[in-house]
Design a protein around this ligand. Structure first.
Ligand code: ARG
Length: 468
């Protein structure tokens, strides 16, 4: 009996050729060729292990390694011919290897399956993407630290409900962003531990009858250990979901960061000047300078959360072990990694050039009665109950609103009208500088506290950046 699918690696059992549309429909090579170098790296380690275990000869191992190196070079040079007939990256490389080295190429797949192979490739790929994301995150975090240092005592209004609440320093606000990104870093670093486990040797699902040494392959590939269960190894993609969840949180944080930059660069806020190099004009309105980079990043955050939901739904209800559904994990995953790297890079490049308009920030804090809480706290220190103080200050604010003056601009006798407890020491508390300086506990906005927070964050970032 002849093999009608002789041009394929795995089709002898079929009496009919694959439908032409199905061939294209089920192929993944258009996108998974992106993992070619990981696939080669995994195959080299597998071949070395097979030889060490007496399953391949040294000649066969060498022929495989040399052949794979040549294929790697062909791919880099753009000379490699990808074919949907070979379905995916794994079969394309294996077919080419057999073209190049003959029968030894056909022995490479001994003791493995594409199921453990693809799971390994994704993990190798995610390891390197995670490192690149962390590198961009570190650049962004250190840019934020530098800007925060310049603005440790730049006063601005802090908001709740987007209404002026209390004065803070711009440095303190920047450090809030730093903290969010720092938790993002920790999440990614933690996720890396679960990415860095090796599925190879699980084969199709049940393991293999060859006397393989999985620890050796794991060591060769720099994985922390071989996976513990063969079925789990080939089926679950929870590490990819976790990576995308960590990515969604990064993008959610960047979207909030973006939103504030967009608001602050508007004429209505006018708190910052965005660097020209990161903005674009309008094709019709000559005066426009649009904060495109933050807007685009804000928009891209939705798409990463979309990928997270896609991957969760992809995995949901799948019976053990491998199912073809899992081929659908790659595109959302690749796009998540690309988007994260690009957005973090754009932000790391842009943040050092953000200019704070100190006078506008200061005036905005003054206009919003931002020290009202300080006046209430002052009255409490003088013996008034907080609720009564809240009431008295509310009346003072009303007078300020009616006469268009800040609390610090009311006279002593006007203030004393609201409480006899007020004396001329009150003005030290009503200034914006006094208000921020008073908040000097851990996590507070006092300039010296902010400087100390920046210093310890810088130390932590240095050691964290060396961790992965
Ligand atoms: N292209 C497949 C994927 O990405 C590789 C594994 C296919 N395994 C199989 N038995 N069909 O998941």
């Amino acid at each position: 009996m002849t093999n009608i699918n002789a041009d394929k690696l795995s089709s002898a059992r079929f009496a009919q050729a694959t439908d032409a549309f199905v061939e294209v429909f089920t192929a993944s090579v258009d996108f998974d060729q992106r993992m070619a170098h990981q696939d080669i790296e995994g195959s080299v380690a597998h071949a070395k292990m097979l030889c060490a275990c007496g399953i391949l000869t040294e000649q066969e191992r060498e022929a495989i390694i040399v052949g794979l190196a040549q294929i790697g070079q062909e791919i880099i040079n753009g000379d490699f011919v990808w074919s949907v007939k070979q379905e995916d990256v794994h079969m394309n490389i294996e077919a080419r290897l057999t073209d190049l080295i003959g029968v030894a190429g056909k022995k490479l797949h001994t003791g493995r399956s594409r199921n453990d192979q693809v799971a390994t490739d994704i993990r190798l790929y995610l390891r390197s993407e995670t490192k690149q994301i962390l590198a961009q995150l570190t650049r962004l975090q250190s840019a934020i630290l530098n800007l925060a240092e310049q603005h440790a005592d730049t006063i601005m209004p802090g908001f709740t409900h987007l209404q002026v609440a209390q004065p803070i320093t711009f440095g303190h606000h920047l450090m809030a962003w730093f903290e969010m990104l720092n938790r993002d870093r920790e999440r990614l670093q933690d996720c890396y531990k679960r990415i860095n486990i090796m599925p190879l040797g699980a084969a199709a699902l049940a393991g293999t009858s060859y006397p393989i040494d999985r620890q050796m392959t794991a060591d060769l590939l720099g994985f922390s250990r071989p996976s513990a269960n063969s079925l789990d190894s080939v089926s679950d993609r929870d590490f990819a979901i976790e990576f995308t969840a960590a990515g969604s949180l990064i993008m959610m944080h960047l979207s909030r960061f973006s939103e504030e930059l967009i608001l602050w660069s508007s004429a209505q806020f006018d708190f910052i000047e965005m660097p020209d190099a990161f903005c674009t004009g309008s094709s019709i309105m000559p005066q426009k300078k649009n904060p495109d980079v933050p807007e685009l990043v804000r928009g891209k955050s939705g798409r990463i959360t979309g990928h997270l939901v896609s991957l969760l739904m992809l995995m949901k209800s799948q019976p053990l072990a491998y199912n073809k559904d899992n081929q659908e994990d790659k595109e959302p995953l690749f796009d998540t990694a690309d988007t994260l790297i690009n957005c973090l890079r754009a932000y790391a490049d842009m943040v050092p050039h953000i200019e704070a308009k100190k006078a506008a920030m200061y005036n905005a804090a003054k206009r919003g009665f931002a020290t009202a809480t300080d006046l209430a706290d002052y009255l409490v220190r003088k013996g008034m109950a907080f609720r009564d103080a809240h009431e008295a200050v509310g009346l003072a604010v009303r007078l300020g609103l009616e006469s268009q003056r800040d609390l610090s601009e009311l006279s002593l006798s006007e203030l004393q009208h609201f409480s006899a407890l007020i004396s001329d020491d009150v003005f030290a508390y009503l200034t914006l500088e006094g208000s921020v300086a008073a908040r000097k506990h851990i996590g507070g906005t006092a300039p010296d506290t902010v400087r100390a927070a920046i210093q310890s964050a810088r130390q932590n970032l240095l050691s964290a950046a060396n961790e992965l």
